[in-house]
Ligand binder design. Structure first.
Ligand code: GLU
Length: 448
């Protein structure tokens, strides 16, 4: 970050948003790419474009009181940050996790602006969630929480306003309860208000698989640049939620062997290759931990976080798909030592900045989340398209649209980086390509 203007904007972010470290980190990563762009476009400084970009258009924080199964009243905090609507209605997931706070939601919302811009599908950026922890809650408790959450959120969303979806802790079950409450409160069937709905009541085929599949499609395209593919590769995918499961499925389909995945307590190593049906059974049906996988699968081993790191498992491709800042410099060095060829982010901001620098120094292909994991939100936009036209596309049609979108995002990032003499730098390419789309729209629409 060399430009005085860019630096001063970053200083303002830190000063105005004390303690929101993840938000500072996400802003830093984008601003860090912008020096050459700012130099070429004096109108950005004149119209305070960066100052506007880093300030959310609207932030909503609300109380969510609900009654647990024992009859006790619980109070959680709800958030929706409507960050930028220059390209379309705010779009982005809801995260239910105890770690959620304003800084986390703002970092996610900020990333979402550029990710959504990269899809080219006319969606703005937003994010929301709550510090509610769905783990260990009964279905009824989850339902009551979702209803309480929606009893406030419904005032702020709509198919042309803001369209939430899932993220960590919010899957098909939660979207169902949220949609039901919205429908009841508004008294109409507004299918396009949420995405990630069930197929059969407005959901899109292929949405469940989209983030993981898209991640592998993007990585495949990166690998093609160096004359490789997934065939015969040894892959480690962290996480075992929706993104990880479908990344594993697609990587296996393309002929790779996926040998490890993780949850918040530890990880499994399965040298025979992960048994996907068992993994789905454990995680999606039983909502169990990975220890249940290890118990049911002879030959696999489970290690707790204290016993080691998933990033010490040797692999040629690593797909961090758990959560932010899960991969440190030390982890990156271990992956590099073990011969990793490509790393792509299935989660949002899973690699710490020093880890990304290490991959770049070692010439490891690196796909940043805002490009590599855009397949989920892209398919959400396709769901909105189907809702608006009252159509239901086939699985094949949706996934082939997804594949084209992921390839286009790849090529856009690749070509943008090359234009600025930064060939192969996908971080730079994604930041600049996403930023240019949003900033052009903001300039055209005046000081808003
Ligand atoms: N939460 C996902 C993301 O991080 C998907 C958002 C959506 O489909 O709106 O992009």
């Amino acid at each position: 970050m060399k430009s005085a203007y860019v630096k001063s904007v970053y200083d303002t972010v830190v000063q105005r948003n004390p303690g929101e470290n993840e938000f500072h980190q996400a802003v830093h990563e984008v601003l860090d790419s912008l020096d050459p762009v700012i130099a070429a476009h004096p109108e950005f400084e004149k119209t305070a474009l960066l100052e506007r970009l880093i300030e959310p258009e609207r932030q909503i924080i609300f109380r969510v009181p609900w009654v647990d199964d024992s009859g006790k009243v619980q109070v959680n905090r709800g958030y929706r940050v409507q960050f930028n609507s220059a390209l379309g209605p705010y779009k982005g997931g809801l995260r239910f996790h105890p770690s959620v706070n304003r800084g986390i939601i703002k970092f996610l919302g900020f990333e979402q602006i550029f990710k959504n811009a990269l899809t080219g599908l006319g969606i703005g950026g937003g994010k929301g969630g709550s510090d509610f922890d769905p783990h260990g809650k009964s279905d009824n408790e989850v339902m009551r929480f979702c209803q309480a959450f929606m009893s406030e959120l419904h005032n702020h969303i709509g198919e042309y306003t803001d369209v939430p979806a899932g993220d960590i802790g919010v899957g098909g079950r939660e979207i169902g309860y949220l949609f039901g409450m919205y429908r009841r409160l508004e008294g109409r069937y507004e299918a396009g208000v949420l995405t990630g709905k069930g197929v059969g009541w407005g959901g899109s085929k292929g949405r469940t698989e989209a983030t993981g599949y898209g991640l592998v499609m993007f990585t495949q395209r990166m690998l093609e640049q160096i004359g490789q593919g997934f065939e015969g590769q040894r892959v480690v995918v962290s996480g075992s939620g929706n993104v990880a499961i479908y990344a594993i499925e697609k990587a296996q389909e393309l002929g790779a062997k996926v040998v490890a995945c993780s949850d918040s307590s530890g990880f499994i190593v399965d040298e025979a290759g992960i048994d996907l049906e068992l993994l789905k059974q454990v995680k999606e049906v039983q909502r169990e931990r990975l220890t249940a996988y290890a118990a049911a699968r002879p030959g696999s081993v489970y290690r707790t976080r204290d016993e080691g790191s998933i990033w010490d498992v040797p692999c040629s491709i690593a797909l961090p798909s758990a959560t932010q800042n899960e991969l440190s410099l030390e982890n990156a060095e271990s992956l590099i030592k073990n011969g990793v060829v490509a790393v792509a982010e299935g989660a949002n901001m899973p690699c710490e900045p020093e880890a990304i620098e290490a991959f770049e120094r070692a010439d490891v292909l690196f796909g940043p989340g805002k490009a590599a994991n855009a397949g989920g939100v892209a398919t959400s936009a396709l769901e909105m398209e189907q809702n608006a036209s009252r159509e239901q596309w086939s699985f094949m049609h949706t996934t082939s649209r997804l594949e084209k979108i992921m390839h286009d995002i790849h090529d856009d990032c690749y070509e943008t980086a090359a234009q600025y003499g930064r060939s192969g730098d996908y971080v730079f390419g994604a930041n600049v390509a996403g930023f240019m789309k949003v900033s052009k729209a903001m300039i055209a629409q005046g000081v808003i």
